[in-house]
Design a protein around this ligand. Structure first.
Ligand SMILES: *Cc1c(COP(=O)(O)O)cnc(C)c1O
Length: 396
């Protein structure tokens, strides 16, 4: 096994599709498609043009691009919003002098993935005072505050998708439409439900970025940018290898309309976002499988694995296990009686991580003395390993 050869121990990933835990596990059909793709050469622009058709089909967007991840999609989408189809502007990035270089974002939606936007050379303009989070009030940002922040330097509006995000997307896209400013949606981790592939586009988003390596089940280093044709064209021009003569280059016209370009940019700011042919083919295969799979069956398989964790663990001293059969992804929550167990939930987490095998639960509820076990990325024997180790550590 390759990880044995490399001396890298495999882990029990009970956290979910986190990048630091290597995302998830691909279906055999995805692996086979990638292996096949690796045995032949093709023209990358032609492959991305076909990917665009497949992505458009599943998202309802005009066009799409396979990137190296959702963060890459955010970078490319921002670059597209700043440059449009101007190759001179593309070559000058991240120097945005003389270009629209502000992106408006609701303060409560800020997160460090927006480094991907700032890489392009834009400044984030925060709006709103989310006093609902302080418990001191009930408000978050409102649509008029976004509208107020728009001026001649505005390149885009960023909206980070989450059921709790305010204002809701439809209000934000209405502001964007009225001002002629594109709305970029970070929807990296918003799958499932499968309906979210279309939802943000339906609600008026100009660009949407998804992770390929999260629940979609594609290669860990893959992602989707879907949206308006012209913006996808501008994004593709800043990611693809443009080391070719303008008159020699013959991109498929429905993907890149050469007649709209006065020349070709060189390697753009999105060049480090490159997706290989293997990732593109793997992502497209995973996307087809994800859409085709019965959502109830997908959820049931996760629920089955949660039940296996509960069954494999049995009764514990000073801790209770509870199946959380709600939301898109069912989980198992372990609540520790920290006083009687003589250890904190954090110490239990470290003991699991540092054991053999290393078990990595979700640490999101430590302040409630809980460890959460997510079934999405477990191998078949994962529940058994979790149960065994928990009994070792917690049998009174
Ligand atoms: C995971 C995530 C990203 C980054 O996605 P990658 O595909 O790993 O690049 C960006 N934004 C949010 C909200 C995420 O959860």
């Amino acid at each position: 096994m390759i990880y044995e050869q490399l001396g890298v121990p495999t882990i029990v990933n009970a956290k979910g599709t986190a990048t630091r835990l290597s995302g998830g596990i691909m279906k055999p059909a995805v692996v086979e498609a990638m292996a096949e793709a690796s045995q032949h050469c093709i023209d990358m622009t032609e492959l991305q043009a076909k990917a665009s058709v497949v992505i458009a089909d599943h998202t309802g967007a005009e066009a799409g691009l396979v990137t190296s991840g959702a963060a890459a999609g955010l970078l490319l989408g921002t670059a597209a919003a700043v440059t449009g189809l101007d190759p001179g502007r593309m070559n000058r990035l991240p120097d945005t002098a003389g270009m629209p270089n502000e992106v408006v974002v609701v303060r409560s939606q800020r997160n460090l993935y927006d480094h991907a936007l700032r890489t392009v050379g834009v400044r984030l303009i925060e709006v709103g005072l989310p006093d609902r989070y302080a418990g001191a009030g009930v408000r978050d940002a409102e649509a008029w505050e976004i509208a107020d922040a728009i001026n001649e330097r505005t390149a885009a509006i960023l909206w980070v998708a989450d059921p709790a995000a305010r204002p809701v997307l439809a209000e934000v896209t209405a502001v964007g439409k009225a001002a002629g400013i594109p709305v970029i949606v970070d929807a990296a981790a918003q799958l499932p439900p499968v309906s979210n592939l279309r939802r943000f586009i339906d609600e008026g988003a100009d660009l949407v970025a998804f992770s390929g390596g999260k629940a979609l089940g594609g290669p860990q280093a893959s992602g989707i940018l879907a949206g308006r044709q012209e913006l996808i064209m501008a994004a593709a021009l800043q990611m693809l290898d443009m080391d070719i003569l303008f008159d020699q280059w013959q991109p498929p016209a429905d993907f890149i309309d050469k007649t709209r370009l006065k020349g070709l940019p060189q390697h753009g700011i999105g060049r480090p976002c490159k997706a290989g042919k293997e990732e593109i083919v793997g992502l497209l295969t995973a996307l087809e499988l994800f859409v085709a799979e019965d959502p109830a069956a997908r959820r049931q398989s996760w629920l089955d694995r949660c039940r296996e964790i509960v069954a494999a663990t049995g009764a514990l001293g000073h801790a209770t296990l509870e199946l959380h059969d709600e939301g898109e992804i069912p989980t198992v929550a372990l609540t520790l009686d920290e006083g009687r167990a003589g250890m904190s939930a954090f110490q239990l987490l470290l003991a699991l991580e540092n054991g053999e095998p290393s078990i990595r639960p979700d640490n999101a509820a430590l302040d409630r003395a809980q460890l959460i076990f997510n079934p999405q990325c477990l191998e078949l024997n994962g529940p058994e390993k979790i149960g065994l180790r928990l009994r070792e550590l917690l049998t009174a």
